[in-house]
Every structure is written in structure tokens, then in C-alpha cells.
Design a binder for this molecule. Structure first.
Ligand code: GLA
Length: 398
């Protein structure tokens, strides 16, 4: 008797073929330090505290990361940004600010480690950092050895005052210094996208900034002055194939909870960064965040999209002016999908299966990742009312 192949099997096979055509291959040559196989998650001092940083704040932030449930949700690195360093001694050793860090950097690293977290620090490939502190130019190997001795697990490496250096060569030097320092250290490249790092950085760093600094705003009035969430989002289009396990595009740190945006905007910012497989460095004061902000930062259903093992960066699949659809292929063959409303009024947005890489007619389960609710089985499209400057985020599983 002739056996018929079930319709669902055929549709799934078509879907699998569509994945390859739709998302394309990942690049072959990449840094292989075994770190950041999913986008790194943590906290960084810059967005909230700038130069007003010291050991008390950093240690209290580590405590808050545990107490708020963020550590359990996957946040790991506590990173001190610019302004911890003041000078070099006669041997060229970097000297921390003794007022801000009276017990030295190693004591802070030890404290962070004692909370089951990892510790990160900041330097710059130029003569001085962006805030005029000593940079690492000419001291790369000495500084890397010092970081390893202190117990550093993550280095953010900026690009101010870098003179006429070639960025790829300068960042390669620090990559080699870290590789030789005897401790695994995640390497975060921060040259603001100025020399197209997505074309060279996958072989050098675990993540690289793709744009100038983020501001705590939805959209900029003048992109030469500052960049908001959707401005940065637009600049990620076309960079997708550079991302993958161990090497990520970095659309800059989170502003969630810093006070400049609405809850809907912060949910959108967080959702979009997760769909982009972006590094997730919280940038707010974890010691005093509201339950609403903690709820956003610890939404594990959304975090799973960011941390998916396949490591694909999501991309824009439909653009109807202010209404957009973004989709990310997940390791289990499902899709994470964002319906993004950039307009100032609520709007209905529709995702169609053919836009997200499935054939029309494929029955799929839809789960709303903010409502934490199964919405039913859909076959061709899914539509939702989306608030102004907001998102609906769903997972579509055939
Ligand atoms: C640059 C970086 C920021 C921050 C500051 C610190 O602007 O892009 O993320 O590190 O320097 O000075």
C-alpha cells in the first residue's frame, strides 16, 4: 500500500529549506577564545553613573543584581567603565583612583566574584580614554597581565585619542595581549562602528559596538547630536551575517530604567535588543529600580530569544513606514517575532508567515512573550494591536 507523507512533514521540510535561503550562511573565520557563546549579559556603570563611580556603588550593584533576580535570569558581568584609573607609576603600571577605590581593584573583583558574578573593566586603545584617563596604547601586554592578576573577566576597549592608528591592528594587539595574559577575558570592542568593525572584528573581539553612544530617548531630533533606540535599530540593518556564537554586533548598552522613556518604550528597547541577539548590559541603578523595570529586565521568555544557542541576529522582514515586523530564527526552528509600532498612536500590525520564513498554511502555535500567554494556533498571519512606540513580541512554533 502506498504511504502518503503527512502534510505537516512536507511543510516543515519546505520551512527548513526556507531557513537556509532566508537567513544565509554565517561567516567562517572568528575569534575562538571560547567565550560569549551567547551574547554577554551584565551591567555597566557608564549610562547611569558616568565618572561618578566607586567601590561602594559597584559592590552594592553586585548585591542588587543577586537580590533582584537578575543573576538568576542570566546577568553575569559587573563592568566598571571609564574613570577608575588616574595615572601610571614609574614602571608603567596603571594606578586606580585611590579615593574611589580605596581597597584597589582586586578587592572589588573579589567581592563581585564572591556573589557568583564576573567582573569587567574598561580601557582605551589610545593614549587617553574618552574622559582623559591613561589609555593602554603601548601598554597593552602590561595592562592585560595586570587585569588577569586582578581577576578581570571582561574588557571594554574604547577608541578615543587613538591618533592615526589602524583600528584592526590596534584591537588585534589587545586581543593578542589578552590571549597571552593567562586568564579568559571577554573582549568588547568599542570604536562606535567608525571603521565598519563588523567586517574585521569577528576575528578579534567577542563583541563590537556598531554605532555612537545610545541616549535615554526613543528617537533623536538630530542624529549628529545623539541617538535613540530606533535610530540605533535602523543602523543594525544589513549587519546580521557578522553575528554568531562568540562574536556579536553590539548596538550599545541598555537604557531601560534610566527615566527618559515610557514603560512601553523600554519594553520595546529590551525586546528589540533581544531579537538582535545583542549583548545585554543593563545601564540603570539596580539598587533602586521599580518592580516594573525589574520585570522588564528579567523577562525570561524574552531573554531566551537573546540567548538562543543558534546565535542568529534577527532582522527586519517588513517595513510599512511606522509599522514594522522583525523576526529571528531560533535553534528549535521557531521564530521570535516583533511587531513594532514607531508611530505615536496605537496600531494594528500583522505578521505573515511568508514574511517570517514559513509557507502560508503552516499551522503554528503563537505565544505572547510579554503577556506570557498562548494565543492559539494560526496558519497564515498573526495580528495584534500594538501601543504607540511599543511592541508585541511573540514566538511562532510550527
Ligand atoms: C565612549 C563610549 C561610551 C563610554 C564613554 C566613557 O563614549 O562609547 O560607551 O565608555 O566613552 O568615556
Amino acid at each position: 500500500m502506498k504511504r502518503l507523507i503527512p502534510v505537516k512533514t512536507v511543510l516543515l521540510a519546505v520551512a527548513a529549506a526556507a531557513i537556509v535561503l532566508w537567513f544565509g550562511p554565517t561567516p567562517g573565520r572568528a575569534l575562538n577564545n571560547g567565550l560569549a557563546l551567547t551574547p554577554p549579559m551584565g551591567w555597566n556603570s557608564w549610562n547611569k553613573f558616568g565618572c561618578k563611580i566607586g567601590e561602594t556603588i559597584v559592590e552594592q550593584i553586585a548585591e542588587a543584581m543577586v537580590a533582584s533576580g537578575m543573576r538568576d535570569a542570566g546577568y553575569q558581568y559587573v563592568v566598571i567603565d571609564d574613570c577608575w584609573q588616574v595615572d601610571r607609576d614609574a614602571q608603567g603600571n596603571i594606578i586606580p583612583d585611590a579615593k574611589a577605590f580605596p581597597h584597589g581593584i582586586q578587592a572589588v573583583a573579589d567581592y563581585v566574584h564572591s556573589k557568583g558574578l564576573k567582573f569587567g573593566i574598561y580601557s582605551d586603545g589610545g593614549a587617553k580614554t574618552c574622559q582623559g584617563r591613561p589609555g593602554s596604547w603601548g601598554y597593552e601586554f602590561q595592562d592585560a597581565r595586570q587585569y588577569a592578576a586582578w581577576g578581570v573577566d571582561y574588557l571594554k576597549y574604547d577608541w578615543c585619542n587613538s591618533g592615526k592608528q589602524n583600528s584592526e591592528a590596534a584591537y588585534s594587539r589587545m586581543r593578542d595581549a589578552l590571549a597571552a595574559c593567562g586568564r579568559p577575558i571577554v573582549f568588547s570592542i568599542c570604536e562606535w562602528g567608525s571603521t565598519k568593525p563588523w567586517t574585521w572584528a569577528p576575528a578579534i573581539g567577542n563583541l563590537w559596538r556598531t554605532t555612537g553612544d545610545i541616549s535615554d530617548i526613543w528617537q533623536s531630533k538630530d542624529k549628529r547630536q545623539d541617538l535613540g533606540v530606533v535610530d540605533i535599530l535602523d543602523l543594525q540593518v544589513g549587519l546580521e551575517s557578522a553575528a554568531g556564537p562568540g562574536h556579536w554586533n553590539d548596538p550599545d548598552m541598555l537604557e531601560v530604567g534610566n527615566g527618559g522613556m515610557t514603560t512601553a518604550e523600554y519594553e520595546a528597547h529590551f525586546s528589540l535588543w533581544c531579537l538582535l541577539a545583542a549583548p545585554l548590559m543593563a545601564g540603570n541603578d539596580l539598587r533602586s529600580m521599580t518592580p516594573d523595570i525589574a520585570r522588564i529586565l528579567t523577562n525570561t521568555e524574552v531573554l531566551l530569544v537573546d540567548q538562543d544557542g543558534l546565535g542568529r541576529q534577527g532582522r527586519k522582514v517588513r517595513d510599512d513606514g511606522d509599522l514594522e515586523v522583525w523576526a529571528k530564527e531560533m535553534a528549535d526552528g521557531s521564530r521570535a517575532v516583533i511587531l513594532l509600532n514607531r508611530s505615536a498612536a496605537e496600531a494594528k500590525i500583522t505578521a505573515s508567515w511568508t514574511d517570517i520564513g514559513y509557507p502560508a498554511g503552516l499551522p503554528a502555535k503563537v505565544r505572547d512573550l510579554w503577556k506570557h500567554k498562548d494565543m492559539g494556533i494560526f496558519k497564515t498571519t498573526y495580528a495584534a494591536a500594538v501601543p504607540a512606540h511599543g511592541v508585541a513580541m511573540i514566538r511562532v512554533t510550527p
